[in-house]
Design a protein around this ligand. Structure first.
Ligand code: ZN
Length: 171
């Protein structure tokens, strides 16, 4: 018999068998983790779910169950969906911001052969670009270019944000 029971067996006040299904994923050092999962899914369901999975997926499954349980406890109505909805809203806002920025960029950038035009203008001395006081147009363009670069990543970082292995969600 193990000297220390796992969090699940401790909680359920039972002996922790050597091949305990919970033991690798619910260490006694974190009783809260099992309590949450038990409260939402029920210990026997959690055990069954883990049992049905190949061993190499159980750790991640336990992590996901814990994450979902936490969300459900914090937001009994929406659970994880609340967070997903919120992230969708953020994506929408970012996309709208990007569209506005691109529209602005289109206004400030003359046309396709931007650099060639600039060279020609420099040579002929004709400045076709309407300059706002200061170098505002260029500032905006630089800012917009920065936004456009960043937004590329926003779309794919959602998966990272949702990752149950992100410890920021739990503590
Ligand atoms: Zn156990």
């Amino acid at each position: 018999m193990n000297t220390g029971r796992c969090a699940a067996c401790k909680y359920l006040r039972r002996r922790c068998p050597v091949d305990c299904i919970f033991s690798p994923y619910f260490p006694p050092t974190n009783p809260h983790r099992f309590a949450s999962v038990h409260r939402i899914f029920g210990a026997s369901n959690v055990g069954k779910m883990l049992q049905q999975l190949p061993v190499h997926l159980r750790g991640e499954a336990a992590e996901t169950l814990y994450y979902e349980a936490q969300c459900r406890i914090e937001n009994p109505v929406h659970g994880c969906v609340g967070i997903i909805t919120q992230l969708h809203e953020e994506i929408n806002n970012a996309e709208q911001e990007l569209a506005r920025a691109q529209a602005q960029l289109a206004v400030h950038q003359p046309h396709h052969h931007h650099h060639q035009q600039e060279i020609e203008e420099a040579v002929t001395g004709e400045g076709a670009e309407p300059m706002v006081p200061g170098d505002h147009a260029q500032e905006v363009a630089a800012e917009v270019a920065g936004n456009v670069e960043d937004s590329d990543q926003n779309e794919f970082d959602i998966a990272a944000l949702m990752s149950p292995s992100d410890p920021d969600w739990f503590y």
